[in-house]
Structures are given as C-alpha cells and as structure tokens.
Design a protein around this ligand. Structure first.
Ligand code: ADP
Length: 161
C-alpha cells in the first residue's frame, strides 16, 4: 500500500490545493494532508481551524485524511509510514524553493520520494495569501475556494473590523 503525505500551511486550503489532492488520491492508496501547525508565516487560521476546514473539504474523498503536525516534514512522513511526499508546482512561484527543500529532505530521509503535480492552468496564480488579501478587502473569491472557506474568511475579516 502506498501512503503519500501532502504537507503545507493550507491557510486556508484553496481549490488549487484541492485539485492537487484529488489527482494524488487517484494515484496513491492513501493520502494524508499534513498541516504544518506552526509555519514561519503570519497565519489567519490556527492549526485546529485549518484542519477542520480541510476536513469539511474532503468529506467525499474516501482515501484522504488530514492531520496537523509539528517539526520536520520528514519526521511526520516516517510517523505515518509514508513513502511519498506530494507537492504542487506553480509556474512562477514554487520551483526553486521546492528544489531546495527536496534536496534537504532527500538527505534527511532518502527513501521518501517526492512527487510534484503541475498546477492546472486555472489555478497557476492562486495562493492562500492572495485569497486572504482579496477576501480581507471584500473581494469575491467564490470560484477559488470551497463555499465553507469563503464563509470562514468572511467571519474572520468581519470579526476583525
Ligand atoms: P507551504 O507553506 O508549504 O508553501 P502552502 O499551503 O502554501 O504551504 O502550499 C502547500 C503546497 O501546495 C505547496 O506544494 C504549494 O506549492 C502547493 N500549492 C499552493 N497553491 C497551489 C495551487 N494553486 N495549485 C497547485 N499547488 C499549489
């Protein structure tokens, strides 16, 4: 059985992330979305909120699970017996950073294989930070995130006003 992890901040999960998860779930027996509890980023949603928002987004995906983790991604991979790590690649944003991290992860856990999915054209420029920026100013992001995420964003930003 091939277990894959899909690690990330997911603050919040977007349709771009979900599209990668759907494609990965077709290939691997089990996909575990790993939520970095404390990334070095300014977070809008805490770890429990991010996990819960993902949980609601994957209810129809039988072989996909979500779990928060702290520390090294490779340690999380070992813990859940994953052989594969999934990442998404957008054309302009991701390659160099992913390459660096892949080299380090290979050193730390040589048996873990990295599989990158090219982001589809319609989500090439979609990121959680852009979603937050748009939503914080009342922009309509309804075709870029699931409905419950749009509502969670509204609650956060309305609460802050
Ligand atoms: P991280 O802090 O690890 O970059 P993110 O939540 O930003 O966490 O992204 C998690 C993974 O999803 C990364 O591999 C990232 O490149 C990928 N990703 C982000 N946005 C998209 C998108 N629109 N399409 C495909 N993959 C994406």
């Amino acid at each position: 059985m091939t277990v894959a992890i899909y690690p990330g901040s997911f603050d919040p999960i977007t349709n771009g992330h979900l599209e990668v998860a759907i494609r990965a779930a077709k290939i691997f027996d089990k996909l575990i979305i790993g939520v970095y509890a404390t990334p070095s980023k300014n977070l809008l949603f805490n770890a429990e909120e991010r996990v819960e928002l993902i949980r609601q987004a994957i209810t129809n995906m039988k072989n996909v699970d979500v779990q928060a983790f702290e520390g090294l991604t490779v340690d999380f991979a070992r813990q859940v017996n994953a052989q594969v790590m999934v990442r998404g690649l957008r054309m302009t944003l991701d390659f160099e950073r992913e390459f660096d991290m892949a080299m380090m992860n290979k050193k730390l856990y040589p048996e873990l294989e990295l599989v990158c999915f090219m982001a589809t054209l319609r989500y090439q420029f979609l990121s959680s930070s852009l979603i937050k920026e748009a939503a914080s100013m009342g922009g309509n992001v309804s075709d870029l995130v699931p409905k419950h995420i749009e509502e969670a964003l509204k609650r956060k930003y309305q609460g802050k006003k």
